[in-house]
Design a protein around this ligand. Structure first.
Ligand SMILES: [Zn+2]
Length: 249
C-alpha cells in the first residue's frame, strides 16, 4: 500500500519552485516516487505523521500532561494549547476539549463500536470496515495516539458533525489556531490526501512556524511532509547545478 498517495506527490511537485521542477526528469520522478513510499519519519516530533498509511511507530513514547478537564496531551504542546483556549475564552467563547490523547486500547473500542453502528445501519462487514476508517481511525493509526491532537467543540454545541464549523468557537479557532501552532487537520478539501473525512473540530499541533507555513501555502500535513521530503531529496541535485553554474560563469 502507498504510504503517501500519488495525489500528494503531484501536488508537492506543483508547489516546488520552477527551478527545481525543471530538474525533474521522468526517471527522477520515478525514483522520487519510490523514496516517498518509504515511511515518513521526520526528526521533528512536531510533524510526526500518523495516518492510515503511517501507523504510530512501535518505539513511540510520549510524556503526557493533564489538562484542567482531565484529558491529557503531549507536555510539549500543553502551553500553546492552553494559551489558545484561554484567548478563545477571552474572546467571550466557550471551547471544550472533548478528546485529546487516546491509547490504542481505547481506539480499538471506538473503532469496533463504529463498525457495529454501521452494520446496524445496513452496511456489509466489508463496507462497514471501509467506511469506519473514514471517521474512526483503525487502532494504531489515530493521530490522537500522538498526544498532539485535540477535538475541540463549542460548549453550546458539543456535537461532532459538520454544523460544528458554524459555531463561533470554530470560526475563532479556524482563524487563530495557527498563531498557537495548531492546524485544522482534516479540512473539507483534503480528504483524498488525509484519508479522513472533514472534521471541523480536530486540531493538530505542528508548532507555530510550520502551522504558519502550512496556512500560507494552503497545505495539509501530508502535503507539507511530502514537500519537505522532496526538497530534501532534491537538494543534492540543486547544489550540483549551482556548482556547475559557478564554474561556467
Ligand atoms: Zn480527533
Amino acid at each position: 500500500m502507498n504510504l503517501l498517495s500519488s495525489a500528494a506527490l503531484l501536488l508537492a511537485l506543483a508547489l516546488l519552485p520552477v527551478s527545481a521542477t525543471a530538474a525533474v526528469t521522468e526517471e527522477k520522478t520515478q525514483s522520487l516516487m519510490q523514496e516517498l513510499q518509504e515511511p515518513c519519519r521526520s526528526e521533528d516530533w512536531r510533524v510526526l505523521l500518523v495516518n492510515q498509511w503511517n501507523p504510530l511507530p512501535e518505539d513511540f513514547a510520549v510524556t503526557l500532561k493533564k489538562l484542567p478537564g482531565g484529558l491529557s496531551v503531549d507536555e510539549r504542546a500543553y502551553e500553546d494549547l492552553t494559551s489558545m483556549l484561554e484567548d478563545c475564552k477571552k474572546a467571550g467563547l466557550q471551547p471544550v476539549v472533548c478528546s485529546a490523547y487516546r491509547d490504542v486500547a481505547t481506539q480499538k473500542r471506538l473503532h469496533k463500536n463504529k463498525i457495529a453502528r454501521l452494520r446496524a445501519a445496513g452496511y456489509s462487514q466489508k463496507a462497514a470496515e471501509e467506511e469506519a476508517v473514514r471517521w474512526v481511525a483503525a487502532p494504531g493509526t489515530s493521530e490522537h495516539h500522538t498526544g498532539l491532537a485535540v477535538d475541540l467543540v463549542a460548549a453550546a454545541y458539543p456535537y461532532l458533525n459538520q454544523r460544528q464549523e458554524t459555531t463561533p468557537e470554530q470560526v475563532w479557532l479556524m482563524e487563530h489556531c495557527w498563531e498557537y501552532g495548531f492546524v485544522l487537520r482534516y479540512p473539507s478539501d483534503k480528504s483524498e490526501l488525509t484519508g479522513v473525512g472533514y472534521e471541523p473540530w480536530h486540531y493538530r499541533y505542528v508548532g507555530r512556524e510550520t502551522a504558519l507555513a502550512m496556512r500560507e501555502k494552503g497545505l495539509c500535513l501530508e502535503e507539507w511532509i511530502t514537500l519537505e521530503k522532496m526538497e530534501d531529496l532534491m537538494e543534492p541535485a540543486e547544489q550540483q547545478e549551482e556548482t556547475a553554474d559557478a564554474v561556467s560563469s
